[in-house]
Design a protein around this ligand. Structure first.
Ligand SMILES: [Cu+2]
Length: 409
């Protein structure tokens, strides 16, 4: 498996500025050998995002030890390196942070809160030594959704590495909740799939109808590839899903464990929750689903084996006014055609047409070209660039649910 270098920089635990201990001992202790090579300290761990923003992480204390609380301090900067403080409140929070261990056996979903100095802070405790991956999911005003990926190495007592084995049983029980996972078609890469979770009470076997919204949705799903390079955060298609608006978390007085209150009266949900997604590449993935019932968050998980997608031959472009041109239509099935074939060195014009509002393709992002365009319904929107030899370009919708690829000859 290959990591995507532009998305992911690995930085070891010796980085980070040790300021002062949080709730733990303030007596400086010599660092214990962790089996990890130590490197010269750098001011902070910085990662580039999929877009033009970057998030940096500083830990307090600098050395992160298993079983001991640590403060995670995030700072977001725009392409020019300027602090970007104005983050949209998405699902009631300015930043969602997903923490997983390298073997994907440990999962946490927490929320760094804005401080007076513009940073976002959350306290956490890593349960065991080893490497962890942190995904910071946030949306700077007008900048679109960003995911920063950073690795943290934790010293202390290690834990045995867990095997990631695809499920053979698609019904599992978690905290009194019996969850049956299914999909509308075989799980293959590069296809828009509907993932469905049927929920029953483990004790009575009765379908659950008293699901409560959690952070403005009936469920939150996070999907991560075995190599941790691919990250997806999806939400249910549920029409009763509540929109969070203006739920500000400004100021620095917020404490960990704050109550996520909802302005609207809670709607009841269940017994099934479904969401659409699209796996970029084949392989093993772990998927976590979070639901709320009786005020308690229940985290469920399934390990999936995503098969190779059907072989796709690229649609050839046609020459028009000295440019190679292709029209791509956007609808509930994604992009048609989904694979385009272009000639190197010839200016290309790709025209997107979004048929209706019944799909999430309201913007198109060309990651490699750093191009992001809104696709108003019924309007033709052109993306122009000159493809380079032997390159592959990809395009996705804002939520990365729809994916397209361009091969260059
Ligand atoms: Cu969250």
């Amino acid at each position: 498996m290959k990591r995507i270098p532009s998305l992911f920089f690995s930085i070891t635990a010796a980085a980070g500025i040790g300021l002062f201990g949080v709730a733990c001992s303030s007596t400086p202790e010599p660092a214990k050998p962790t089996g990890q090579p130590t490197t010269a300290p750098t001011p902070a761990r910085t990662v580039k995002n999929s877009g033009s923003f970057a998030v940096s992480l500083k830990t307090e204390p600098g050395e992160v030890k298993s079983g001991q609380p640590v403060k995670l301090v995030f700072s977001v900067a725009d392409g020019a390196g300027k602090s970007a403080r104005d983050l949209d409140i998405v699902h009631e929070m300015p930043m969602h942070l997903i923490v997983v261990s390298e073997d994907l056996s440990y999962f946490d979903h927490i929320h760094p809160l804005p401080q007076a100095d513009g940073s976002l802070v959350v306290e956490t405790t890593f349960p065991a030594a080893g490497k962890y991956k942190l995904y910071s999911d946030y949306t700077p005003k007008g900048g679109g959704n960003q995911v920063g990926q950073v690795e943290v190495t934790v010293s202390g007592t290690p834990r045995e590495r867990a095997q990631l084995t695809p499920e053979t049983q698609m019904t599992k029980e978690f905290d009194g909740l019996r969850v049956t996972f299914s999909s509308d078609k075989p799980i293959r890469a590069n296809e828009v799939l509907m993932l469905r979770f049927d929920l029953a009470d483990a004790q009575t076997g009765k379908p659950v109808t008293d699901l409560q919204p959690y952070l403005g949705a009936m469920g939150h799903f996070v999907v991560i590839s075995q190599d941790t390079s691919e990250y997806l955060h999806v939400h249910p298609d549920d029409p009763s899903e509540m929109k969070s608006k203006g739920h500000s978390h400004g100021g620095d007085s917020h404490k960990e464990g704050m109550d996520h209150t909802h302005a609207a009266p809670p709607a009841k949900g269940g017994p099934n929750v479904s969401a659409h997604t699209n796996f970029a590449k084949p392989g093993i993935y772990k998927m976590w689903g979070q639901f709320q019932r009786n005020g308690k968050i229940i985290t469920t998980s399934f390990v999936l084996n995503v098969a190779e997608g059907a072989a796709q031959t690229g649609q050839m472009a046609e020459m028009k006014n000295g440019k190679q041109e292709i029209t791509v239509s956007v609808n509930g099935d994604g992009y048609t055609p989904g694979t385009l074939s272009l000639k190197a060195g010839v200016p290309a014009r790709i025209v997107f047409k979004r048929a209706d509002a019944e799909n999430c393709g309201d913007e198109v992002i060309f990651k490699e070209l750093d191009i992001r365009k809104k696709l108003p319904v019924g309007q033709a929107v052109a993306v122009e660039f000159t493809p380079q030899k032997d390159k592959t370009y990809t395009f996705t919708c804002g939520m990365k649910m729809y994916r397209g690829a361009i091969t260059v000859q």
